[in-house]
Design a binder for this molecule. Structure first.
Ligand SMILES: Nc1ncnc2c1ncn2[C@@H]1O[C@H](COP(=O)(O)OP(=O)(O)OP(=O)(O)O)[C@@H](O)[C@H]1O
Ligand SMILES: [Mg+2]
Length: 476
């Protein structure tokens, strides 16, 4: 809204026909492509020399091409023309055309930011048309940015919930509906689908947003500890309870509490929780005074609670209390249209270095992401992108940078999470050391001498760090 002018400009460009610039000195190729693309509704411009290409690619306003098809062999090397365009800040998607088998040149073109390449002569014209349209569509998504194109809920300035699939639109609507009510919401979905993110969205769009949002993982600790964490305890309630202690329900007063992995809560704690939901009060462990609280309860689980109820592991009455509203986060494989949006979002979020621009990704790599099934859902996608940014050194991400094995797990070191967990700088540095030693050993086939050399560290030190790693794994 702040930039009405640029909005209307985007709009004008959105409704105007798309423009393609074909850069080739071969008349036959140009005619062929012109006919094809005009048939697809494009306005087609041609350039037969590199000078003409540079001029037309930089045209402004309505003359600006939406996609460029650039031959590798013109008066200048096409890859050099591509580099010049990128150096001048032209971000238009560029598809390279080569007459020979796509070898080193195609790879070089992709590395310099071409979205894809075509091999001449074109035997499958439909495939050419598809590629051109997809290049334009993907660029449009990028241009529009999160505010315009992505339906996104604001959680934290750094964290958005991205999605435009019908399923996610339903989730967003539900959040809008429940946020301003005191209703309990049960958030369900597989691991990594964004349950925690949605709980943050519900809290921050509610009238409790100035109150605390407390999240607790019910699976992370033994029952007795969880009980005193949630409800607090009185002085002398158990050995070591030297003082009265407030529980998280009291801390969360006038705010929201997220009971994460609620499916793991013991039956006896479930009973106590039920009472909080019904009467808004409870007693601290070892106490008799009822404590009154005003807390909105959100619960999340990746288990099917109905099954848990049927198998008598979860109280039916509690289930109905929690399930007043259910926000179901669909698995990523059922909303693949969100994958390109999420990819762009994560490329913005995870820069190679804080000052690097967002990395580019070629269409083949986006295809590889879209073809995959994502058992670890959005978290896995985020990890894969983070790795790809590192592997491509912040340059153009291609298929080779996308690998799925082991990516299901969390990132090697989730710095943000570790800081939340209370890790000190020293802890983090030690973890990085261990990961570096590990990687160096892996890369050098467990040859400690070579690994130590690669990291420029004394071998004794490397062996010591490698041992720490082993003991952490055993006890951790
Ligand atoms: N729609 C989305 N848009 C942007 N980021 C997302 C989206 N969904 C998930 N993420 C990101 O994916 C990661 C996992 O999300 P989150 O922790 O909310 O998942 P979860 O369902 O709680 O997983 P688990 O069951 O394993 O606890 C986070 O880094 C989150 O920011
Ligand atoms: Mg979670």
């Amino acid at each position: 809204m702040a930039s009405a002018r640029s909005d209307s400009k985007t709009e004008a460009k959105d409704t105007a026909p798309l423009r393609a610039l074909i850069c080739d000195d071969d008349e036959a190729v140009c005619d062929n492509l012109r006919e094809l693309l005009e048939g697809e509704g494009f306005i087609v411009e041609q350039a037969a020399t590199s000078a003409e290409t540079l001029a037309k690619a930089q045209a402004s306003g309505d003359e600006r091409p939406d996609v460029i098809l650039l031959d590798v062999h013109m008066d200048l090397n096409g890859v050099d023309v591509l580099k010049q365009l990128r150096d001048r800040g032209i971000e238009t998607p560029i598809i390279m055309m080569t007459a020979v088998a796509p070898g080193a040149t195609a790879a070089e073109a992709i590395q310099n930011g071409a979205v894809d390449y075509l091999v001449k002569p074109f035997d499958d014209l439909e495939a050419v048309a598809r590629l051109v349209s997809r290049a334009v569509a993907y660029e449009r998504l990028k241009q529009a940015g999160p505010e315009a194109q992505f339906l996104s809920l604001h959680v934290d300035p750094r964290e958005r919930i991205v999605g435009a699939s019908p399923q996610m639109v339903e989730v967003f609507k539900l959040v809008g509906k429940v946020a301003r009510t005191p209703t309990t919401v049960l958030i369900t979905g597989e691991t990594g689908t964004g349950k925690e993110l949605i709980s943050e969205a519900i809290h921050s769009s509610s009238d409790r947003r100035n109150g605390p949002l407390i999240k607790i993982n019910c699976a992370a600790m033994p029952e007795s500890l969880l009980e005193s964490m949630l409800f607090g305890h009185e002085k002398g309630a158990f050995t070591g309870a030297l003082n009265q202690h407030k529980g998280l329900f009291e801390v969360a007063n006038r705010g929201t509490i997220l009971l994460d992995e609620i499916g793991e809560m013991s039956m006896s704690l479930q009973a106590k929780l039920l009472r909080v939901l019904q009467d808004h009060q409870f007693e601290r462990v070892g106490g008799t005074e009822p404590v009154k609280v005003d807390v909105r309860v959100l619960a999340a689980t990746n288990r099917d609670l109905k099954t848990e109820v049927r198998e008598r592991r979860f109280r039916e009455d509690l289930f109905y209390r929690l399930d007043v509203m259910e926000a179901h986060m669909p698995p990523l494989r059922e909303r693949k249209e969100d994958i390109p949006l999420l990819t762009i979002h994560f490329l913005e979020k995870h820069r190679y270095s804080p000052r690097s621009p967002a990395a580019h990704i070629n269409l083949a790599a986006v295809d590889k992401l879209t073809d995959y099934d994502w058992p670890g859902n959005v978290r896995e996608l985020e990890n894969v992108i983070q790795r790809a940014v590192v592997l491509s050194q912040g340059q153009v991400i291609t298929e080779e940078h996308i690998s799925f094995s082991g990516a299901f797990s969390r990132p090697l070191i989730d710095v943000e999470q570790r800081v939340r967990d209370g890790a000190t700088l020293e802890d983090l540095v030690n973890e990085v050391r261990r990961e570096a030693v590990n990687a160096a050993l892996r890369i050098n086939n467990n040859n400690a001498t070579k690994a130590a050399e690669a990291l420029s560290m004394p071998i004794a030190e490397l062996e010591r760090v490698a041992e720490i790693k082993a003991s952490v794994e055993i006890h951790g």
